[in-house]
Ligand binder design. Structure first.
Ligand code: AMP
Ligand code: ZN
Length: 140
């Protein structure tokens, strides 16, 4: 299914033009526009034209449409360093419950522009690592 929308969703409204946006690229499956709360100049969002809250709920044709758009936008932003970010669920920092991919330029001129992330590495013993591996692998 190419398009599925939810009337009350802010990003579905942007796709339909009911809320204005700084539109960038639109395809059969996706819509992209500037983020109104940017972390740096040119911070953009890419959204599927299929209302799903989380990435794993999306049909594959919507997923495969996104990365070529991200590639074009990242090249057009004119900054060599950037992050692609995609949050799923409230405690994982998702504020808008419609799947979206951020393309966030990381300017070299300022530490506080662009994405700033924590990376709290955990240590698992070998047997625990193997249990984790087996549990995931058997569900793939
Ligand atoms: P997330 O925290 O991953 O859910 O990010 C949601 C993003 O959507 C935030 O960066 C907001 O600034 C952005 N956003 C929310 N409403 C709009 C809007 N109407 N137009 C553009 N960006 C928006
Ligand atoms: Zn939606």
């Amino acid at each position: 299914m190419a398009v599925k929308q939810l009337a009350s969703c802010i990003f579905c409204k942007i796709i339909k033009g009911e809320i204005p946006s700084y539109k960038l690229i639109e395809t059969e499956f996706s819509f992209s526009f500037l983020d109104i709360g940017p972390l740096s100049k040119g911070h953009a969002l890419i959204i599927p034209k299929y209302h799903a809250e989380k990435l794993h709920e999306l049909p594959d044709e919507h997923l495969t449409d996104v990365l070529p758009i991200a590639k074009k936008i990242a090249a057009a932003q004119g900054v060599p360093d950037y992050n692609i970010l995609q949050n799923n669920g409230r405690i994982a920092h998702q504020e808008v419950p419609h799947v979206h991919f951020h393309v966030i330029p990381k300017p070299s001129t300022s530490d506080d522009e662009g994405l700033v992330i924590g990376w709290p590495v955990k240590k698992f013993e070998k047997d625990e690592m193997e249990k984790i591996y087996d549990a995931i692998k058997q569900k793939l």
